[in-house]
Design a protein around this ligand. Structure first.
Ligand code: NAD
Length: 251
C-alpha cells in the first residue's frame, strides 16, 4: 500500500483481536508501530509477532481512560521513531445483554469513558503532533452498532459517538492535511466475541446464521481496511464510516 512504508503508526487495543492484526498489517506494510494496550502481556505478544516477522514495534502500556498515559503513548512514538503519521484508535470494551434501564450509571460511565472519551483523548494527543509533522491519517474503530441499533444502548451510543467525532475532526483538520475515517466491524472472531459466544453459544449461532456471508469476520479483514484507509490509496476518503460486516446491515 502506498505511503505506509517508513511511517509511524500508533494502535490502541493493539494487544488483541482487531488491534493486533492492524499492528501486524502496518508493520508488514513497512511502518514502525507503537502497540498500546492496558494488557501488558497481550501488547508484548503483538510486538514479538511483529519482530519475528522482521518488523519494528514498541509496546507502551496505556489505559485510554488516562490522559497522561495517552500523552505518553504519543510521546513514545516521537521518542522511538521521530513522530506519528498514522493512528488506529481501537481500544474498546463491550457488554452484553442489558437493556437501557437495566444497567446503572457506573456502567454507562465506564462504557463511554473507554469507547468514546478514550478515542477523544487519543485524538487530542495525536492531532497536534500530526499538524507539526504536516499531516497524517487516523482510523477510529466504531461498529455496526455505530450506525444501527445493534448492541446495548450504552455500547451503541459510544460507537455512534465515535462516528460523530470522526466526522467533526474531518472538517476541523482537513486544512492541516489529516484524514479521519472510521471502521464499523460486524461480528468479528476476536476474544471479545469468543468470550460472549462462550457465555451464550445459542445467541452466537443465531447471530452467525443471520450474517449473509454465513460466517464471522476475521480481524485481518478489518485490519486491511484500516491500513488502506491510512494509505495514499485512500487519499480522497474522508470522514467515512466504512461498514465491514459480511452483509449484516444490508438486510
Ligand atoms: N469483535 C467484534 O465483533 C467487534 C465488532 C465491532 C466493533 N468492535 C470494536 O473493535 C475494537 C477492538 O475489539 P476486539 O474485537 O479486537 O476486542 P478484543 O477484546 O480482542 O481487543 C480489545 C483490546 O482493547 C484493550 N483495551 C480495553 N480497554 C482498554 C483501555 N481502557 N485502554 C487500553 N486498551 C484497552 C484490551 O486489553 C484488548 O487488548 C473495540 O473498539 C470493539 O468495540 C469489535
Amino acid at each position: 500500500m502506498n505511503g505506509i512504508q517508513d511511517g509511524v503508526a500508533v494502535v490502541t487495543g493493539g494487544g488483541s483481536g482487531i488491534g493486533r492484526q492492524s499492528s501486524l498489517r502496518f508493520a508488514e506494510a513497512g511502518a514502525n508501530v507503537v502497540v498500546a494496550d492496558v494488557d501488558e502481556e497481550g501488547g508484548h505478544r503483538t510486538v514479538d509477532l511483529i519482530e519475528s516477522n522482521g518488523g519494528e514495534a514498541t509496546f507502551v502500556e496505556t489505559d485510554v481512560t488516562d490522559s497522561e498515559e495517552v500523552a505518553a503513548m504519543v510521546q513514545t512514538a516521537i521518542d522511538e521513531y521521530g513522530g506519528i503519521d498514522f493512528a488506529h484508535n481501537n481500544a474498546g470494551i463491550a457488554e452484553e445483554g442489558a437493556r437501557l434501564a437495566d444497567y446503572d450509571e457506573a456502567e454507562w460511565d465506564q462504557m463511554i469513558d473507554v469507547n468514546l472519551k478514550g478515542v477523544w483523548r487519543c485524538l487530542k494527543a495525536e492531532i497536534p503532533e500530526m499538524i507539526e509533522r504536516g499531516g497524517g491519517a487516523i482510523v477510529n474503530t466504531s461498529s455496526v452498532a455505530g450506525v444501527s441499533a445493534n448492541g446495548s444502548a450504552h455500547y451503541a451510543a459510544s460507537k455512534h459517538g465515535v462516528i460523530g467525532l470522526t466526522r467533526r475532526a474531518t472538517v476541523d483538520y482537513a486544512d492541516d492535511g489529516i484524514r479521519f475515517n472510521a471502521v464499523c466491524p460486524g461480528v468479528i472472531d476476536t476474544p471479545m466475541v469468543q468470550q460472549a459466544g462462550e457465555d451464550n453459544t445459542e445467541e452466537l449461532e443465531r447471530i452467525t446464521a443471520g450474517i449473509p456471508a454465513g460466517r464471522l469476520g476475521e480481524p485481518e479483514e478489518i485490519a486491511d481496511a484500516v491500513v488502506w484507509l491510512c494509505s495514499e490509496d485512500a487519499s480522497y476518503v474522508m470522514g467515512q464510516p466504512i461498514i465491514i460486516d459480511g452483509g449484516l446491515l444490508v438486510q
